[in-house]
Design a protein around this ligand. Structure first.
Ligand SMILES: [Zn+2]
Length: 397
C-alpha cells in the first residue's frame, strides 16, 4: 500500500522532471500488472481480461485479501495451463474442433505406402482405419512415427526420426459420426529412413503373415525375419517374429476350425441345391483327457472324420459315358492336411467328368473301401459296377 501510494504521488507531482524515477518506480509495482495483462491477452477470455485490466492496484491488493481475486486468478491459471498444453501439442485451436469443409476423398488403403502423399481433409471410416493406415505408412516408409495423443476424439502423431524431424499429423473425429478426418499433416520428413520402426509390432506382422501360414504351416522364424528385412528393410527381433507367427497361427487355425464346425450346414446346403445327390459325413468322438473332463469350458464335440459327395448331375452324366472309371488320391495341403479321393469318368468329348469325391483322414485300404462302397451304391450296385473298368492312379496311365 505504501509503495503504491508513494509511486502515485511521484507520478502526479514530477512527471516531467523525473522520468527516471518513474521508470525506477514502475518496475516495482508493474511487474504484477503488465504480466497479468499480457498473460490475460493471450489466454484469458475477454471478460476476465477486462476485469483484471480495469482493476486498480489498490483493488487488486484488497481483493487479494478478500479471497475473491484468488478465485479469478486461479481460474485464469487453469485456463493458461489447459491452453498452453493444447498450444504445445496441437497448434491452432480452431483447426481441431471444426471439420474442414469441402469435398475430400475417403481413404483407401494402397498396397504400398512408401512415398504416400497424405491429403489434408481425407476421411477415414473409423479410428482403427486411420491407425492402421498410419502404422502401415510408418513401416513402409521406415519412419519412427509415434502417437503423442490418442483418445476418443483426437489422434496426433509426430515423427521422432533423426535430425529432429518436424513431421506431424493430426486426425480428429467428426461430431456425431463415426468418421474421422485428417486435419493436419506435414508434406515431408526431414529425417532419414530408419530400420527400427516401433510401429511394426507382432500384431500387425501377424495379420500380414496369415496368408503365408495358411499356405505353409511350417513357416520358419528365420524366413519371417529375412522377409521383413527384404520387404520393409526393417530388422526384426526373434521374439517379435515368434510372437507374430503364433498370432498368425491362432488366426488361421481359428478360422479353419470355424469352417469345420459349419460342415453340416454346408452339406445340408449341397443337398438343398442338388436334390438326390449323395452327401455323407462321418465324425469321430472326441477322446477327452482327464484335464478336459475337469474343465467345464473344454470343447468335447466330435471331430470331423470324412465326407463323401456325389452330385446327382455327375452321376447321371456318367451313366451315359464310357464305362471306365479312374481313381486317384492326393494330399490336401491345408492346415489340417488329410487326403482327397476322387473318381472320374471320360465323357464323349474325351474330357474329364468328375463322378464323386471324398475327403478322408488318409489314403488307406479302409478309406478307399469306404469310398468305393458308397460309390458302388451310387452307380447302381455291385451287379452294375461289375461291367465297369476301374483304373487306379490315372495320371500314370
Ligand atoms: Zn520424419
Amino acid at each position: 500500500m505504501m509503495l503504491i501510494h508513494y509511486a502515485g504521488n511521484v507520478d502526479a507531482e514530477e512527471h516531467v522532471t523525473e522520468p527516471p524515477r518513474n521508470k525506477r518506480g514502475r518496475p516495482r509495482k508493474q511487474p504484477v500488472d503488465p504480466n497479468a495483462n499480457n498473460g490475460a491477452e493471450n489466454f484469458v477470455p475477454e471478460d476476465n481480461q477486462n476485469e483484471s485490466s480495469s482493476a486498480t492496484d489498490d483493488e487488486l491488493i484488497i481483493e487479494d485479501g478478500s479471497g475473491q481475486a484468488n478465485q479469478v486468478e486461479d481460474k485464469g491459471l487453469e485456463d493458461v495451463e489447459e491452453y498452453n498444453s493444447d498450444e504445445l501439442v496441437s497448434g491452432s485451436d480452431s483447426d481441431e474442433d471444426d471439420p474442414i469443409q469441402g469435398k475430400f476423398p475417403t481413404f483407401k488403403q494402397p498396397r504400398k505406402m512408401l512415398d504416400y502423399k497424405w491429403e489434408v481433409g481425407t476421411y477415414f471410416g473409423t479410428k482403427l482405419q486411420f491407425q492402421h493406415a498410419m502404422r502401415t505408412y510408418a513401416i513402409h516408409s521406415g519412419r519412427e512415427i509415434k502417437f503423442v495423443k490418442n483418445d476418443k476424439l483426437r489422434m496426433r502423431l509426430e515423427c521422432r526420426g533423426r535430425g529432429s524431424c518436424e513431421w506431424k499429423a493430426y486426425c480428429a473425429k467428426i461430431r456425431n459420426e463415426a468418421t474421422w478426418q485428417l486435419r493436419q499433416v506435414s508434406p515431408y520428413h526431414t529425417c532419414s529412413r530408419s530400420n527400427k520402426v516401433k510401429f511394426l509390432n507382432s500384431k500387425w506382422l501377424g495379420t500380414k503373415l496369415e496368408p503365408n501360414v495358411r499356405e505353409n504351416p511350417t513357416l520358419k522364424i528365420q524366413d519371417i525375419i529375412n522377409k521383413s528385412n527384404e520387404k520393409w528393410n526393417i530388422k526384426l527381433t526373434k521374439t517379435k517374429a515368434i510372437r507374430a507367427r503364433s498370432l498368425a497361427f491362432d488366426a488361421v487355425d481359428g478360422s479353419f476350425r470355424e469352417q469345420y464346425t459349419r460342415m453340416h450346414d454346408y452339406c445340408h446346403e449341397l443337398l438343398r441345391s442338388n436334390p438326390h445327390s449323395t452327401v455323407k459325413i462321418t465324425s469321430t468322438p472326441y477322446l477327452a483327457s482327464e484335464d478336459d473332463l475337469q474343465d467345464p469350458t473344454a470343447n468335447l464335440n466330435p471331430h470331423f472324420q470324412r465326407v463323401y459327395i456325389c452330385f446327382k448331375a455327375c452321376k447321371d452324366s456318367f451313366l451315359k459315358c464310357r464305362p471306365i472309371i479312374g481313381l486317384d488320391g492326393c494330399f490336401l495341403k491345408g492346415y489340417y492336411g488329410g487326403q482327397l479321393l476322387t473318381v472320374i469318368g471320360t465323357d464323349p468329348n474325351d474330357q474329364i467328368l468328375p463322378i464323386a469325391y471324398a475327403v478322408v483322414e488318409g489314403e488307406t485300404k479302409e478309406t478307399w473301401a469306404w469310398f468305393l462302397d458308397l460309390l458302388v451304391n451310387d452307380l447302381g450296385g455291385v451287379a452294375k459296377c461289375v461291367e465297369y473298368t476301374f483304373i487306379s492312379d490315372q495320371q500314370k496311365v
